[in-house]
Design a protein around this ligand. Structure first.
Ligand code: UD1
Ligand code: CA
Length: 465
């Protein structure tokens, strides 16, 4: 009997070759996004954080796409050409595990690629539970065990065998203790057991679960490790499952943020991706979405429908309803929206304001400057304390190239000014409303470029015949 020691290397084998037919998708199941990342990302993250020395990923369906989605060099890719079952999938990892140590002795953490809610601490605890036993597996007691494998216990409370739902009789289906699909198993012994598997079951597959049953028949003991949080056992088999796992990952993160002092008024109607940082005393209303590499400072107020991705907001920023911020940087005390759009490389300096139906792209708006209504500001640098009137447009694109607009400190750009770039409006300069500015306006000057008004007295409007 192999004696598991703490010094045995810990390797993870992630089984991710299946197609997941119930997803009704052309692509591989494990690439479907959950909480902003491919499902497999979350499993790999847990394996990395559990301190695995090596992570092997068994891929098959859409193998090239899966490999491309995870370019990290800490992963070893193993191909399972035909998906003959979970036992067959694990067996493909054998040559790679055998390279470890002198005799290929290792503790193998087996994780299915479709269980994104698994936590690193659980994997660590599972490996610890295996010490003193041949191996360990995670279990949960579920009110509705559905199609999950049922765990039949020995009198001593260890594993006796696992029965797949498809093979279970009524008495076995009534068992509510399920196989979570997470195992800590001894190598090379597990590979010897896998060689003995047959396909004599309802699905005609080589079941990994049967290998555990055979080890028990051989007199080995397999510890049952109950999950503190049974949601970790949740495997994604269809798109309804996907929606549930997505929600759970977002809510876990929102619970952490709330515990750290963030107000989230309606978490069930809010989407904050794991990885998004939010400062204390920030208040987040319903319908807010925060994603990607986003950081929100302390004491901000995010109103309904704010959609923010890959953006940085300093403290005390107010985002009014239905504003979109994508790749923006917003300094302290700014106000954005309602209905504003900040596109990539928009920078708002402290205390500046962007109002409704204003779009910014690659534009810096200086401290205390305002663009309050209906404007397009692209490829522009705007100084401090400037006022951009309603309807101002930087005509930055000539059909071939983009050109820059520069607006000096304290400038007043009149309503409906067209700024035909490249062009500069000087410091303290003014443009007359409705002007099409094609030449630079010097510092302190007024630039007017529009037809003089002509009045025709007693004008008769045409009449309908
Ligand atoms: C499996 C377990 C079941 C457990 C459940 C937990 C077996 C036989 N059954 O059932 O006891 O309750 O998980 O979620 O293990 N895979 C491969 N190659 C294959 C087959 C599967 O890589 O040839 C991968 C799949 O991509 C998937 C994982 O293994 O990520 C699990 O396979 P799946 O068919 O979903 O197993 P379940 O029927 O859910
Ligand atoms: Ca599954």
């Amino acid at each position: 009997m192999p004696t598991p020691e703490i010094t045995r290397p810990l390797v993870a084998v992630v089984l991710a070759a299946g197609q997941g037919t119930r997803m009704r998708s052309a692509g591989p199941k494990v690439l479907h996004p959950v909480a902003g990342r491919p499902m497999l990302h979350w499993v790999l993250r847990a394996a990395r954080r559990a301190g695995c020395e090596k992570i092997l990923v068994v891929v098959g369906h859409g193998a090239d796409d899966v490999r491309r989605a995870f370019p990290g060099d800490d992963l070893v890719w193993v191909e399972q050409r035909r998906q003959l079952g979970t036992g067959h999938a694990l067996a493909q990892a054998q040559p790679h595990v055998a390279e470890l140590g002198e005799r290929g002795d290792a503790t193998v953490l087996v994780v299915y690629g479709d269980v994104p809610l698994v936590r690193a601490a659980t994997l660590k605890n599972l490996a610890a539970a295996a010490a003193g036993h041949w191996g360990a597996m995670a279990i949960a007691d579920l009110a509705d065990p559905g199609r999950l494998g049922r765990v039949i216990e020995s009198e001593g409370g260890d594993l006796e065998r696992i029965v797949e739902a498809a093979d279970a009789g009524p008495a076995e289906l009534a068992v509510t203790r399920i196989n979570a699909g997470l195992y800590a198993l001894p190598a090379p012994a597990i590979f010897d057991q896998l060689r003995r598997l047959d396909t004599d079951n309802a699905q005609g597959e080589l079941y990994l679960t049967d290998a555990l049953g055979h080890a028990v028949t051989d007199g080995e003991r397999i510890a049952l490790h109950p999950l503190e949080d049974p949601s970790e056992a949740f495997g994604i088999n269809d798109r309804a499952d996907l929606a549930k796992a997505h929600r759970e990952l977002l809510e876990r993160h929102m619970r952490r943020l709330m515990a750290a002092g963030v107000t989230i008024l309606e978490p069930a109607r809010t989407a904050i991706e794991p990885g998004v940082r939010v400062g204390a005393e920030t208040v987040i209303h319903a319908g807010v979405s925060l994603s990607g590499d986003t950081e929100v400072g302390e004491g901000c107020l995010l109103h309904q429908g704010a959609w923010i991705r890959d953006s940085r907001l300093a403290g005390g920023v107010v985002v009014e309803p239905y504003s979109v911020l994508d790749g923006a940087e917003v300094a302290g005390g700014c106000t954005v929206g309602p209905f504003a759009r900040l596109r990539p490389a928009s920078v708002l300096e402290s205390g500046s304001r962007v109002g409704n139906f204003v779009e910014l792209k690659k534009t810096r708006l200086g401290a205390g400057s305002k663009a309050s209504h209906l404007a397009y500001l692209g490829d522009a640098t705007i100084g401090d304390g400037a006022n951009i009137g309603a309807g101002v447009i930087t005509c930055n694109y000539d059909g071939a190239e983009k050109h820059e607009t520069e607006i000096g400190d304290g400038a007043f750009v009149g309503s409906d000014t067209m700024l035909v770039a490249p062009v500069r409006v000087g410091r303290g300069a003014t443009t007359g409303a409705g002007s099409t500015i094609t030449a630079d306006v010097p510092d302190g000057a007024l630039g007017v470029a529009r037809a003089r008004q002509r009045n025709i007295a007693g004008w008769k409007r045409p009449k309908k015949k």
